[in-house]
Design a protein around this ligand. Sequence first.
Ligand code: NAP
Length: 338
Amino acid sequence: MSKQYNVAVVGATGIVGTEFLKIAAERRFPLKGLKLLATERSAGKRIPFGEGEITVEATTPGSFKGADFVFISASSAASKEYAPIARDAGAIAIDDSSVWRQDPDVPLVVPEVNADDVAGHKGILAIPNCSTTPLVMCLAPLHRLNRVTRVIADTYQSVSGTGTAAVLELEEQTHDWERKRESVPHTYPHHIAFNLLPQIDTFMDSGYTKEEWKMTAETRKIMHEPELPLSATCVRVPVFIGHSLAVHVEFERPFRAGDVRDVLRQAPGVVVQDEPSLSLYPMPRDAAGKDPVFAGRIREDVSSPNGIAMWISSDNIRKGAALNAIQIAEEMVARGLV
Ligand SMILES: NC(=O)c1ccc[n+]([C@@H]2O[C@H](COP(=O)([O-])OP(=O)(O)OC[C@H]3O[C@@H](n4cnc5c(N)ncnc54)[C@H](OP(=O)(O)O)[C@@H]3O)[C@@H](O)[C@H]2O)c1
């Protein structure tokens, strides 16, 4: 019988944790045991899994005894506290927050792009930001053939990227708007319903937001290109699930749009949806609930001789978080690293 693993999920009641459980069941992750962890608030909740139900426990430093993998999809504070404790208890911690991503001892992995990086792990591995993942999945295969020299990425990020509270807030604001009722924003600095917020995370001295900085820093780390010029503008949009990006890429040499389409058709985890005559292109509504990253609107950039413009959509909860984390674990299992 193939090996099975004891898994603990910190944040099992959250939006990513819930999707994680679905994906683990779908992909038949080889589970020996499954411990569901959250805050004291959720302790005692029963969550259906497989044929039965599992009772959620409050996370404590003792929660990871005997675990092979600890998936952490909670808060930055929880990731900072619990990832080292899980590692020291002998588990492999796979973390969804941003706190470990730039640590030189922590591989930041999108298995379709830099799976080999898992080999250098020291007990903690991280997934990238949910907009960085689809971007690198499209950039990396093109970069291998024709060096990327500059990237401009503008994102259209759904509220589920912020977590459960933001999803509820968009629902409430939409109902309030229908009923012509005033509402007060809580999760974001402004209303998100029927609005666009050109701010994700806090502002830095440079004028960029932390989310925009993360896209640059994480893309560089995953692609092993520490100087790659990338400028992002990250925008929160009133969409429930699915992040999209308008991307302008410059290459060392000209790249024909047809060749880019061909390369992306072969790229693992990427599906090209590009038939303008049929209005066929990626959309968050279609990408929601699906595993691939969808790329379309691929065209030669009229403003740059070596430039390509494209549009990308993907499910931020699946490939942007839970699926990527499980794929990292699968990669480690396949390489005998556990
Ligand atoms: N949403 C995305 O698209 C996405 C993408 C990539 C990465 N991430 C990252 O994934 C993580 C989870 O995000 P989410 O969207 O799932 O948020 P969420 O819906 O707000 O869920 C948060 C979960 O974390 C638990 N939690 C919070 N603080 C905790 C603590 N101190 N100890 C133990 N559990 C704690 C919550 O438990 P209670 O239910 O008991 O409060 C809940 O289960 C975040 O780090 C986020 O940055 C999210």
